[in-house]
Design a protein around this ligand. Structure first.
Ligand SMILES: Nc1nc2c(ncn2[C@@H]2O[C@H](COP(=O)(O)OP(=O)(O)OP(=O)(O)O)[C@@H](O)[C@H]2O)c(=O)[nH]1
Ligand SMILES: [Mg+2]
Length: 264
């Protein structure tokens, strides 16, 4: 049922090594551990992988290439994480990739048999970037377990494209790639729904975002401002170090104090 009957290899081709310098699109795979990221990665790249290290880290970095519809894709298999709070090395790598690397789209691989837990990471990712698409993997396994996911309802809640796939057999993987190409080439702007906090928190977040732009006008087109604001009121030292201007720091501490006061 979940095979890919219409194509031998879904027209996903191995890339001639000479073309690797002419990458058209860079995509990244992220998600909880054990959700099938590497299975999808291997399916796409047919194991044409370059293994390296993340800068300063001993965690292995997998990059691969494939050709689909005359486009050369570079795909990065990010370490599996349950959150992006940067407590562990894997979380830090994935988070820093999303924040600072150049990519066209990241594919959040969700386990259809464990959707609720997987959505925790999903909502942290969409605080950092809007450039996401969901690959709802292990649909075959969900089916076996009698789990039915109403994709349309989920789409309405998340507001991002969701493609049910089976990474193991390649079911719907070409549909996923077609969607990605459509989004990138037609510059479709994605606006995933974010978690809304209570009113007093939302108010402080908005103020921080506004003040960040006032202090740093160059940040006005920066789509991570809300995430920075969230991390700042959560007391994230990494972000504080990033914005290590004294005046800003003072201002942010005040915001945090104000929030604590509001919450009391
Ligand atoms: N039935 C089924 N099994 C799958 C599918 N995709 C992956 N698996 C299996 O799920 C297990 C985990 O897959 P991986 O690709 O290693 O998962 P991962 O997300 O890379 O895991 P980490 O690297 O640990 O984060 C493997 O045993 C896969 O064979 C799928 O679509 N259907
Ligand atoms: Mg893996």
């Amino acid at each position: 049922m979940f095979n890919n009957p219409n194509c031998e290899n879904c027209n996903i081709n191995k890339v001639n090594i000479k073309k690797i310098n002419k990458v058209d699109y860079t995509i990244a795979l992220l998600g909880n551990p054990n959700v099938g990221k590497s299975t999808l990665f291997n399916y796409l790249t047919k194991l044409k992988v370059k293994v390296g290290n993340w800068p300063g880290k001993t965690v292995v970095k997998y990059e691969g290439y494939f050709e689909y519809k005359n486009k050369i894709f570079k795909v990065i298999d990010l370490p599996g994480t349950y959150s992006l709070l940067s407590i562990s090395q894997d979380e830090e790598i994935t988070r820093n990739f999303l924040l600072f690397s150049e990519y066209d789209i990241s594919i959040i691989v969700l386990d259809a048999t464990n959707l609720e837990r997987n959505l925790l990471l999903y909502f942290q990712v969409v605080e950092i970037t809007n450039k996401v698409i969901v690959a709802l993997n292990l649909i075959d396994e969900a089916n076996r377990k009698g789990i039915y996911i109403d994709i349309e309802k989920l789409y309405n809640r998340l507001n991002v494209p969701i493609i049910p796939i089976v990474a193991q057999t390649g079911y719907n993987v070409n549909l996923l790639l077609d969607q990605i190409i459509d989004i990138i080439e037609n510059k479709i702007s994605l606006k995933p729904n974010k978690i809304r906090f209570n009113e007093s928190i939302e108010k402080v977040l908005k103020e921080i975002e506004k003040d960040l732009v006032n202090t740093y006008p160059e940040l006005s087109n920066f789509d991570n401002l809300r995430w920075i604001a969230i991390r700042l009121i959560s007391g994230d030292n990494f972000i504080r170090e990033l914005i290590s201007k004294k005046v800003l720091h003072k201002f942010l501490i005040n915001k945090q104090k104000q929030l604590i006061k509001n919450e009391k």
